[in-house]
Design a protein around this ligand. Sequence first.
Ligand code: PMP
Length: 309
Amino acid sequence: MTRFAYFEGEIVPIEQAQVSITCNTLHYGTGCFGGLRGYWNEEQAQLYAFRLVDHYTRFLNSCKLLLCNLDYTPQQLADITVQLLAREGWRENVYIRPIMYKDDGVFRVWLHDANDKVAIFSQPVSKYIKADKGAKVCVSAWRRVDDASIPARGKVNGAYVNSALIKSDALLSGYDEAIVLNQDGHVSEGSAANFMMVRDGVLITPPVTDNILEGITRRTIIHLARTELDLEIVERQIDRTELYLCDEAFFCGTGVQVTGIGSIDNRQVGNGGVGPITGQIRDLYFDVVYGRVDRYRHWLSAVPVLEAA
Ligand code: PMP
């Protein structure tokens, strides 16, 4: 099957989507990116891309933080993505990766007046397996990049060195993932996912001013928990020791979806598996992204099936 990418303003075979080793972003991390998913609904034989316009709004905001010159609207990028996915003809779950890079040479360590380009590609992601075992998590010794250094609210390429240090050290120490604290010692998020916990039936998550990525999944879950599950949600600072007292905890994000946490720093969370409220949120989230809840179909873009695909 021929794979495609959106590159230099058109959809081309993916082998043609190549950038040079002199590319500025490769050297200085001056790009930004997005991470989206398409869900294949087997019964409907339909691929649904989730919250494209919201993802591209955040993507263009990340671009704005990096002083980009781009003409795209979120809707245009959403339309391009649907065209690309239609050309690919996927009949399985896919991950979609837009990236903005500064296609300039290396002798400029600055952001303005650059040759900003957008590329998009997609690839299959492994099937979702129902995780009934909670993740083994530690609090990282690293601290989250601060808004005064590199804004965590944007998906800035260079900032993912911070994520990679957090993740590698967690994995190499025998954990599945880590929670990272801010410079001031409050909980921020996971290496590449937002964090939520439940205490006394209340869903608690750090505010967007605590150096978190403004997650689309986080926003989705806040909405669903409030309107569909009638849960109380509080966005507030979280102390490290609250992590040891919570009843449930989970990560949420496009990649991890909803992943229950079984222990934090070797202290069991709840019953050590996926807690009941977490399970409810996860099941509803999957119903929504797979297009099984009509009132949330406006969050989904149905990818047309092309004759030749
Ligand atoms: N935080 C970080 C650092 C991430 O990389 C991600 C994944 N994009 C998230 C949170 C979750 O964001 P979203 O729900 O938009 O995927």
